[in-house]
Design a protein around this ligand. Sequence first.
Ligand code: SIN
Ligand code: CO
Length: 380
Amino acid sequence: MMYQLSNFSIKTFLSQHWQQRPCVFHGALRDFEDPLDEHDLAGLAQEAGIDSRVISEINGAWTVTEGPFTDFEPVCRDNWSLMVQGVDTHIESAASLMKAFNFIPHWRMDDLLVSFSQPGAGVGAHIDQYDVFIVQGKGCRRWQVGNKPTESSQHYPHPKLQQTDEFEPIIDVELQPGDVLYIPPGFPHKGQSITECLNYSIGFRAPDQTELFQVIADDLLDSNQSTRRFTDSNRAYIDRPGAMTTTDMISLKSLLHGYIDEPRIEQILIQHLSKQNECLDDFPLEHEFTHSDFMTMIQEGVTIQHACGVRPVYLDHQIDDEFTFFINGHQFSTHTSHRLATTQILDNHQTQLLFHCDMSHDWIELIRELINRGYLDILE
Ligand code: SIN
Ligand code: CO
């Protein structure tokens, strides 16, 4: 199943809505077919290593139960919703749905959260820190979105459930299958099912300074890098020993900037930002393709595609002889002459691969490694 947004201008969306204001796109996914059903969702919620929870409410009393579940009966009571995180790494058609939002780069994407909710159910008014597209699957759900508050008060009706105060809606709609709601970070929202429904939340992420500094600091400690020290030859005399001059502060900050500006930091950051989900490393091929197996296949021609949920990342501007890219925090590289062929595979869900004399042995081996590690699939 291929999902594609229609009657949706990416340019207008990026200039007028992304990170700015919420918006509803009615019928953006025309003739929408759910990529999964509630039974698939329940199946995932039974597996260890998959983040799932049931949220239920009766007369304002909220309960959150985390999976994996062996028995849904005792928890699925009253107004309940089952929510499963990271569905894109497990269900191919769910991963395809996320691809409809590829106009935002891989490194900004987080994962697909799927919820199945009973009539009347929802998780209450809340604020998310990240952008989200909410796709209405089967059923009908009322969604309300309020304006971004200057100050918001959060409360916890259950230790694992954060909610915010009720708000004056600026959007109040009933979504039908294939409708898409976009909500930027910080806008309070609330969904309440009218009928039994499935909702797909395409979630994004954006690092904060704490996260980025942490990545740099961890690398610094792990790698025992020798770093530059502050120097101050040609010091100007001032007669107030307590004072630290602006000049001193500027050189101190430039010492920090200097470190951040080193090319290796770009690699460290992008490596970190390419990390997705531990599950992605769990599926190396049981029967690896040998070099000769693979040669036979590409001599006949094969179609390769990203394995479920895989979102590779590479730095656009690279000047070395090696072209480097990352998948789930792992670094790979190839000679820069293969850049185009490689980015073709990294950027597109599917690529035709037919042996050509320009393909070097090393490049073929790289692609074989990506297949054997389970990051690329060969379409039968
Ligand atoms: C839901 O599907 O109920 C939750 C999605 C959200 O509000 O982020
Ligand atoms: Co939300």
